[in-house]
Design a protein around this ligand. Structure first.
Ligand code: 48F
Length: 258
């Protein structure tokens, strides 16, 4: 085997990480959260030629996919969301007409692979704790982030900033980006109504219908949409998450002019 000195290992991991940080400090779209909706949006946006950064708090991808429903490792997807599965080359079994069963491990790794292959960049172990905004014109134009280990440690550390033309809240049930905006930027008039108890089909339909722009430069997808508009939860059926991610890509493409 080729010999490698320890300082050479340090040199290249730091140098190449820093190159990425500089390159991705200014992007077209920041997607906060590498769950099903965020990774789907990342692929369709990157395919359109946008520079896309996905920021994920954990060191792993998938969000709520891996836990399935009560840890069972299969989830349901309903038509027409199987078209998204086809785009990502994810296998499924049709158990009833228009109703498909998918393996959770395959779903999460192939969503991530599809997004990365399309050109999206993933930054793992980083937590978005605030947004960047401009007053004139009034809009969200980036995020503030910290390595996740920093808020966990309780240290007082200032964040670093990523500038972007669009910020997508794909943080799931807690809608963390929208929550910060609701609290700190009242002029953007973001009011969170809170997620409702389960009514699966209504939740699935409304999440897709309501996916879109929340304020200039700020978009919501996936369960963050439920938290924003008071939509019922749906449990381990994921068609709405996939279609929400796909829909926001179309909306952002229009807004950013592609
Ligand atoms: O929760 P999550 O999977 O969001 P989603 O795409 O999908 C929801 C479903 O998984 C499921 C459901 C559907 O039936 O009810 O719950 O809406 O993924 C959200 C990801 O965002 C990360 C979090 O670790 C997770 O991987 N995340 C949350 N807050 C932050 C964050 C933050 N402030 N900064 C970075 N990542």
């Amino acid at each position: 085997m080729r010999e490698v000195r320890e300082d050479i290992i340090t040199k290249y991991i730091v140098m190449k990480s820093a190159e990425d940080w500089v390159n991705f400090s200014n992007v077209d779209v920041v997607i906060v959260g590498a769950g099903p909706s965020g990774m789907t949006a990342a692929k369709y946006l990157a395919e359109r030629g946008f520079k896309v950064l996905v920021v994920e708090r954990r060191l792993s991808i998938g969000g709520g996919i891996g836990g399935g429903g009560n840890l069972f490792h299969k989830v349901l997807v309903e038509a027409p969301a199987h078209e998204v599965l086809n785009d990502f080359n994810i296998r499924y079994e049709e158990v009833e007409e228009g109703l498909y069963v998918v393996d959770t491990a395959e779903l999460e790794v192939k969503l991530a692979a599809g997004a990365i292959d399309a050109g999206a960049k993933f930054l793992l172990g980083a937590t978005v704790e605030d947004v960047v905004f401009s007053e004139n014109p009034l809009r969200v134009c980036g995020v503030a982030l910290l390595w996740t280990a920093i808020p966990l440690s309780g240290l007082h550390v200032d964040p670093v900033f990523i500038r972007s033309r669009a910020v997508v809240d794909a943080t799931g049930h807690d809608a963390e980006v929208l929550s910060v905006v609701a609290k700190k930027l009242p002029e953007l008039r973001v009011v969170l109504r809170g997620e409702k108890s389960a009514e699966a089909s209504v939740g699935e339909r409304l999440i897709v219908e309501k996916t879109g722009r929340v304020a200039p430069g700020l978009y919501a997808i996936g369960m963050a949409v439920a938290k924003l508009y008071g939509i019922p939860r749906m449990g381990p059926i994921f068609g709405g998450m996939l279609l929400s991610g796909k829909k926001v890509a179309e909306i952002i493409a229009k807004d950013l002019g592609k």
